[in-house]
Design a protein around this ligand. Sequence first.
Ligand SMILES: CC(C)(C)c1nc(N2CCN(c3ncccn3)CC2)c2cc(C(N)=O)c(N)nc2n1
Length: 340
Amino acid sequence: MNDTAAKIRELTDLLNRYGYEYYTLDAPSVPDAEYDRLFHELEALEAAHPALKLPDSPTLRVGGAPLSAFAQVRHEVPMLSLSNAFSPQDESGAFDHAEMTAFDERVRGGLGGKPPQYVIEPKFDGLAVSLLYRDGVLVQAATRGDGSSGEDVTQNIRTVSDIPLRLRGGDTPALIEIRGEVLMFKADFAALNLRQEENGRKPFANPRNAAAGSLRQLDPRITAQRKLHFFPYSIARQEGGFSAGTHMQELDYCGRLGFALPEGNCGCFGSMAEILAFYEQMRQKRPALPYEIDGMVVKVNSLAQQHELGFISRAPRWAVAHKFPAEEALTVVEAIDVQI
Ligand SMILES: CC(C)(C)c1nc(N2CCN(c3ncccn3)CC2)c2cc(C(N)=O)c(N)nc2n1
């Protein structure tokens, strides 16, 4: 490798590490001016030697030329739905978690009485995307679409600062497909709508619409200005690398690969009673969270037990969303929505 290529590789790795520290760990190790100096040095080298620009170059974060349309991507593993469990609130304000108890009984029945461990995690109110990494490098990103195929939003996803362009840590899998939610934090949503109003543009209705609108921009440079975040929630496919036995181990592995995790807002418990207690705690904490959630998702922790339980048509038997009551005065009582 000649010294220019070596210099470009060194600057790319260094800037990706600094970006991870700044955006994902929120613990920068160098001042912004130093990052900017190195970034401009890399930009200049890439401009002089376009053939040497690397697929995980941080200069991709600013977005390239606009697309005329999005290509369609077929999901090798369909992106399934989630059954909804809803707890109506009675006049005393207490919640009737009958549907969660029913879920627990269905799971125990399906496991021949073996007591399952459950994971409870936030149900982020964003949009689901799938990220494909080959030999550690991000090569494709797609929206969920109809679950069977979605839009190729790879260029736009590269501008999301807490999505690694190259996976961190050793033992890189030859292939890994990570699914999660792209969302906009409440504060960034408020600032965006201020800018929209100032520029005479229509404000977005909520952070989910803002995130969806930002990700489905044909011009990645606009996406790059929108401050999006990503939280993983499942590993759909994997060849090589660490083999997790539980959902919690999958999430921890995603953290080691360089993804942000919703620290403190996930739990793992052996009883539905503890799960419901955590759900109540999260319902109280919800207004203070930096991002919007519209409920919690409860999943069987053991991957072997998940496979044993399988799916109801398109939704897994081993997971259920537990939504919070609608905040409007009139609480709309939804039926159990088992996605068929
Ligand atoms: C892997 C499984 C299928 C269990 C799964 N599927 C999910 N989703 C499917 C339905 N999705 C969907 N989206 C649009 C229309 C219909 N379904 C949106 C993602 C999950 C979404 C979240 C979240 N939002 O935070 C989460 N913590 N865990 C999930 N886990």
